[in-house]
Ligand binder design. Structure first.
Ligand SMILES: Cc1cc2nc3c(=O)[nH]c(=O)nc-3n(C[C@H](O)[C@H](O)[C@H](O)COP(=O)(O)OP(=O)(O)OC[C@H]3O[C@@H](n4cnc5c(N)ncnc54)[C@H](O)[C@@H]3O)c2cc1C
Length: 378
């Protein structure tokens, strides 16, 4: 048993960190102000191999693992939640559906461009009327002579305004889990329209919108995976998605702990640095303990997912729950330690505070993770 990252993952972590420091950090403030993802980053991320970590080599990827995705998510979120989620949704929340279930033709069409940052993907499951309860998706896909006709509305769709490809969950069968199918919908398809970007509490540089499907006609080969197995495909993809979101929490928390330590060493109160106050030193130590626990449980979940461990889904639910809550607590403590300076909009800890909150909601709320862990209880 090893509690350390192996050399391959340590090297990857160092290179991801160097990429983020060099290519991402300088763009964060302007992306926040513009409220958009810096377009030039797509190809840079792609060239660095950071969008194809789990894409098969035959399609331009590294054929790597979920632990690497977690490490990348952590490094990206240290710099910016909005930039992190934009890249992660395309490469590790939407693209995996095509990696796992795409036909050879669908894979040839999408995987290499997505890994290269030449195309962007989104995954559209949530609707105005249902989020946590995926089995209640109401968007319909009706069979036509030569394909399908989709009608419905999707809500809170990350990357909708940037996406060349939107993977849409729609009902093709009976009510409930056994009646959903995933469809590939390309940008510009007739009947597909987008709402305005939603103004959000955080993730300012990410694009989140409503997606409207009004008689969207699709060919028969737009089905992704197996008809009426969409619910299960979504649940399968949620595993890596939740690991990535948990790891984003680790990134926000780690960054804020570093910032808080630095600030506490410099800021004076009552004639001495904050670090001379035992209560402050203890708070910083407690933040470290909580961060390390969340990090270990997240890496364990990633490693178990990669290994196909029978407890993987439980590990993922535990990690998503703990990391999201711990990260929120740690980031909140950092704001407290910064005092008034932590409440000013442009302070980095204020940005992390805004960004970290969604991690307790997106990709399955805290409560849904607890539901997963209590399944089967009498
Ligand atoms: C910024 C942002 C980006 C997003 N990106 C995407 C995306 O790209 N694609 C996509 O499909 N969706 C996306 N979502 C949607 C997100 O996944 C949902 O918001 C989330 O799953 C919760 O669903 P809901 O908002 O409908 O809340 P609801 O399901 O209505 O839940 C409301 C509250 O009730 C609680 N609750 C629900 N069921 C139970 C239960 N059984 N037991 C106890 N408590 C329960 C929830 O935990 C929550 O606290 C995004 C959301 C946001 C805000």
């Amino acid at each position: 048993m090893s509690w350390e990252l192996d050399q391959v993952h340590q090297d990857f972590q160092a290179s991801a960190r160097a990429f983020v420091d060099r290519q991402v950090r300088p763009l964060v403030e302007s992306a926040e102000e513009a409220g958009s993802f810096p377009a030039e980053l797509w190809k840079q991320l792609g060239s660095a191999g950071l969008l194809g970590l789990i894409t098969p080599e035959a399609h331009g990827g590294a054929d790597g693992d979920g632990l690497a995705v977690a490490l990348l998510a952590e490094e990206l979120a240290r710099a910016s939640g909005g930039i992190a989620v934009t890249a992660l949704v395309s490469a590790y929340m939407a693209a995996p559906h095509v990696i796992r279930h795409g036909t050879p033709a669908q894979q040839d069409r999408w995987l290499a461009p997505l890994a290269a940052g030449e195309a962007v993907a989104a995954i559209a499951v949530t609707e105005p009327g249902t989020g946590s309860d995926v089995a209640r998706v109401g968007t319909t896909a009706r069979r036509t002579e030569d394909g399908w006709l989709l009608n419905g509305r999707k809500m809170f769709i990350t990357n909708a305004g940037l996406a060349d490809l939107i993977i849409v969950a729609a009902r093709t069968g009976d009510a409930g889990r056994g009646g959903l199918t995933l469809f590939l919908v390309g940008r510009g398809t007739d009947g597909l329209s987008l709402g305005r970007p939603l103004a959000k509490m955080g993730w300012h540089s990410s694009d989140t919108r409503e997606v409207l499907l009004d008689d969207v006609a699709l060919p028969a080969d737009a089905v992704l995976g197996t008809e009426n197995r969409g619910f299960y495909q979504i649940m399968e993809a949620f595993q890596l998605e939740r690991v990535a979101l948990a790891a984003m929490g680790i990134g926000h928390a780690a960054e804020c702990l570093d910032l808080a330590r630095e600030y506490a060493g410099q800021r004076e109160a009552f004639g001495e640095p904050l670090t001379h106050l035992q209560t402050i030193r203890h708070r910083l130590a407690a933040m470290e303990v909580e961060l390390e626990a969340a990090r270990l449980i997240t890496y364990q979940a990633a490693a178990r997912l990669d290994a196909g461990h029978p407890e993987a889904a439980r590990s993922v639910a535990r990690a998503k729950y703990l990391a999201a809550i711990s990260a929120n607590r740690i980031v909140d403590d950092a704001v407290q330690l910064f005092g008034g300076a932590g409440f000013v909009e442009e302070s980095p800890v204020a940005r992390h505070y805004r960004d970290v909150r969604i991690l307790r909601i997106g990709g399955g709320t805290d409560e849904i993770q607890l539901e997963i862990l209590t399944r089967g209880m009498a």
